[in-house]
Ligand binder design. Structure first.
Ligand SMILES: [Zn+2]
Length: 54
């Protein structure tokens, strides 16, 4: 499952979320720290370096 990076515009916290691509495209995200929905998605390539298979 890919990991996505976000940055909260309110508290400036960076956080990552793991989710399926379909979820990523549909969902709105909130900061786990302050619950703000003013989060920016950081455009990072899929992190394939940790290829853990479950
Ligand atoms: Zn925040």
């Amino acid at each position: 499952m890919p990991t996505y990076e976000f940055n909260c515009e309110k508290c400036q916290k960076n956080f990552t979320l793991k989710m399926k691509i379909a979820e990523y495209e549909k969902k709105k995200f909130t900061c786990p720290e302050c619950n703000s929905n003013k989060v920016k998605k950081k455009l990072t390539a899929f992190q394939t370096k940790t290829s853990r298979k479950s």
